[in-house]
Write a protein that binds this ligand. Structure first.
Ligand SMILES: Cc1cc2nc3c(=O)[nH]c(=O)nc-3n(C[C@H](O)[C@H](O)[C@H](O)COP(=O)(O)OP(=O)(O)OC[C@H]3O[C@@H](n4cnc5c(N)ncnc54)[C@H](O)[C@@H]3O)c2cc1C
Length: 145
């Protein structure tokens, strides 16, 4: 893993961490580089860095997408897994800020002390990003849908 002068973490095939980050849950891939932003500003930087290469770009949250589109072969991957903070901003209005790289088990764990729950994916390792952008089904949907 390397750190760009700006602080953005990147992983290439030469790094040990590459084998853990190259693929998705269902598909095997060989991206040229994986970018691991930790803040919104670093996401912006990662997108500009990736765009400047002119290579295909994938975005990954939990990596459970069945189509495997959150990685690629020969392109860039913006992996959001470091952006997994879950913050209850206002319990009364049930206002919660969830990082785009959080997984639903992390969200459930953070909400439980506040006696809050959410109908997310049944599998706790599914990412927030995929369900937030495309929808999904979870345990509570059988009760509340
Ligand atoms: C073992 C397993 C169990 C599952 N269980 C359930 C279940 O119980 N209920 C259910 O509804 N579904 C389930 N699914 C399906 C899964 O929820 C969807 O495929 C979901 O889209 C995965 O989200 P992800 O963030 O983990 O995946 P990813 O592969 O990271 O992302 C999926 C897609 O969303 C895009 N994306 C991710 N984050 C962003 C972002 N921030 N901005 C723009 N695009 C983004 C990616 O580029 C990709 O195209 C399951 C899948 C697996 C493999």
């Amino acid at each position: 893993m390397r750190t760009q002068p700006s602080g953005l973490l990147t992983v290439t095939p030469a790094d040990d961490a590459y084998r853990l980050l190259r693929s998705t849950y269902t598909t095997r891939h060989s991206p040229a580089e994986i970018l691991l932003p930790g803040t919104a500003a670093e996401v912006s930087e990662a997108v500009m860095y990736a765009a400047a290469t002119d290579l295909p770009v994938s975005v990954r949250s939990g990596g459970h997408g069945l189509s495997g589109t959150s990685s690629n072969d020969g392109g860039m991957v913006v992996d959001l897994s470091r952006m997994n903070a879950v913050t209850v901003l206002d319990r009364d209005t049930r206002l919660v800020r969830v990082g785009a790289g959080a997984r639903w088990a992390e969200v459930a764990s953070a909400l439980a002390p506040y006696e809050l729950a959410i109908s997310s994916g049944d599998h706790g390792n599914v990412g927030v990003g995929g369900l937030a952008t495309a929808g999904g089904l979870g345990w509570l949907v059988r009760i509340y849908a």
